[in-house]
Ligand binder design. Sequence first.
Ligand SMILES: [Zn+2]
Length: 72
Amino acid sequence: MARPCGHQPTCPPAGAIDHDAARVIAAFPEQGWSLLCNGVVVFDDGGELSPDNKALPAQRGPAPHTLTAVTA
Ligand SMILES: [Zn+2]
């Protein structure tokens, strides 16, 4: 249930890789979550909930790629 975005530049959609860049339209710090313009709910622990109620993994922690040793 996407609401129209009136921001400039337009907020990224919920499915975009940069969906976190959407504006916060409602914040509930006492409850530990915020609602973004694109309908994504962001929790203080880094977890997210997409508008279609799919949980998105927290984006904190180690990067998913493997670091390779740099020999100089
Ligand atoms: Zn917006």
